[in-house]
Design a protein around this ligand. Structure first.
Ligand SMILES: Cc1ncc(COP(=O)(O)O)c(C=O)c1O
Length: 390
């Protein structure tokens, strides 16, 4: 079959491929601890499920406006205003099936052949994939351990030029769990406002999963609300990955274009899912808060466990539900080590390189699994490391 040239530039997300390999091993009778996939192991809170079911029964089974149902746009604008301290209006919001399409649409709307886009590396793999697909040049922002997995800001700023159309930031960060500081965001914002055609895609999907300090959006700095597309959604904080519900908040003029991209692709997000989203934002928040508290305990458990293994060292992440341990001392590459863990140890994890070339020497574990399962994983990893050292 003859595919378009652009398909050769499209990447993928390895987590789904590793999950498939782990499931194949399980089908053969092997026991696998799943630490590969980036989704909460909790169920969607029942109040949200009830709202979704009610919506279906009440006729929310039709198309909705492309940018979203007005009640949800209102709820998102209000929630974002309260949480980020910036006044947002419903006309600045576009609802999408998950947060991911916002990356796709932002790049389609803003980047061209000849444009440059800065993105975190290691980082969520879809950024690099989509930048390449759009035809723009992907310029990595290294997120290195000796910089606490944050960007070297002067180096980042030195990459900005007249061709730079978009800077992608992600805080808290997948895969390292790092978070950008106020000073780092302030310095980036001060430079961005000097370039009239430069925008920031601020992926804040983990903003409510922060264990130290409070979340700051780059949109809150002077002149930045007009330059920022905030990506957020319901998948992580409300354990709603399968509902497919996310959104972008952006200048109204851009929202119209992103909405047009929605009309051209999805038409709209599922109506009952949107109504469940209204309940998620306006109803009780206790289930989310308890989930985040549980993640904090698991984070502490997995960090201590990994650091007790010879040859592995792991920083304490500030947010999200991932750890990114350094495995260089084992003498294995990330891929070799991830494969060894899966096939010999029965632990599914991702190679750091699944998040970009700067991820070599690391693994990513998602700690969206019970403390008991995490403990079993630690013991299995320890056994694999000891066997490999013989
Ligand atoms: C950094 C980051 N952004 C966005 C997403 C997209 O989430 P969804 O499309 O499920 O809302 C993910 C999911 O793993 C993520 O890790």
């Amino acid at each position: 079959m003859r595919l378009s040239d652009r398909m050769s530039r499209l990447g993928t997300e390895t987590a789904f491929e590793v999950l498939a390999r782990a499931r194949a091993l399980e089908a053969e009778g092997r026991n696998i601890v799943h630490l590969e996939i980036g989704e909460p192991d909790f169920d969607t809170p029942h109040t949200i499920i009830d709202a979704g079911v009610r919506a279906l029964q009440n006729g929310y089974t039709h198309y909705t406006p492309s940018s979203g149902i007005p009640a949800l746009l209102e709820a998102i604008a209000h929630d974002a205003t309260m949480r980020r301290g910036i006044a947002f209006t419903p006309s600045e919001v576009v609802v999408t099936p998950g947060g991911k399409p916002i990356m796709f649409y932002a790049l389609l709307a803003l980047a061209d052949t000849g444009s440059e886009v800065l993105y975190p590396n290691p980082g969520f793999p879809i950024y690099e994939s989509m930048i390449n697909f759009s035809g723009a040049k992907a310029v990595p922002i290294p997120m290195l351990e000796d910089h606490d997995f944050s960007p070297d800001v002067p180096q980042l700023l030195s990459h900005i030029n007249e061709k730079t159309r978009l800077i992608i930031l992600n805080s808290p960060h997948n895969p390292t769990g790092s978070a950008l500081s106020y000073a780092e965001l302030e310095a980036i914002a001060a430079e961005v406002v000097k370039y009239p055609d430069l925008m920031v895609l601020s992926d804040e999907i983990y903003s409510r999963m922060l264990y130290e300090g409070s979340h700051v959006s780059i949109a809150s700095f002077p002149g930045m609300k007009e330059r920022t597309i905030i990506l957020d959604g319901f998948s992580k904080i409300y354990a709603m990955t399968g509902w497919r519900l996310g959104y972008g908040i952006m200048p109204e003029e851009l929202a119209k274009h992103i909405s047009r991209l929605m009309t051209n692709s999805n038409s709209c997000t599922a109506a009952f899912t949107q109504m469940a989203g209204v309940e998620a934002l306006t109803g009780p928040q206790t289930a989310s808060e308890e989930m985040v508290e549980e993640f904090r305990k698991r984070r502490d458990h997995i960090v201590a466990g990994l650091n007790s293994i010879k040859g592995i060292s792991c920083r304490t992440p500030k947010g999200a539900f991932y750890v990114f341990p350094n495995i260089r001392e084992t003498g294995k590459t990330s891929k070799e080590f991830a494969d060894l863990l899966l096939y010999e140890g029965g632990v599914a994890a991702l190679a750091g390189t699944a998040f970009g070339s700067y991820g070599e020497g690391y693994l990513r574990f998602s700690y969206a699994n019970s403390i008991e399962q995490i403990q079993i994983a630690i013991e299995r990893i320890n056994a694999v490391v000891n066997r490999a050292a013989v």
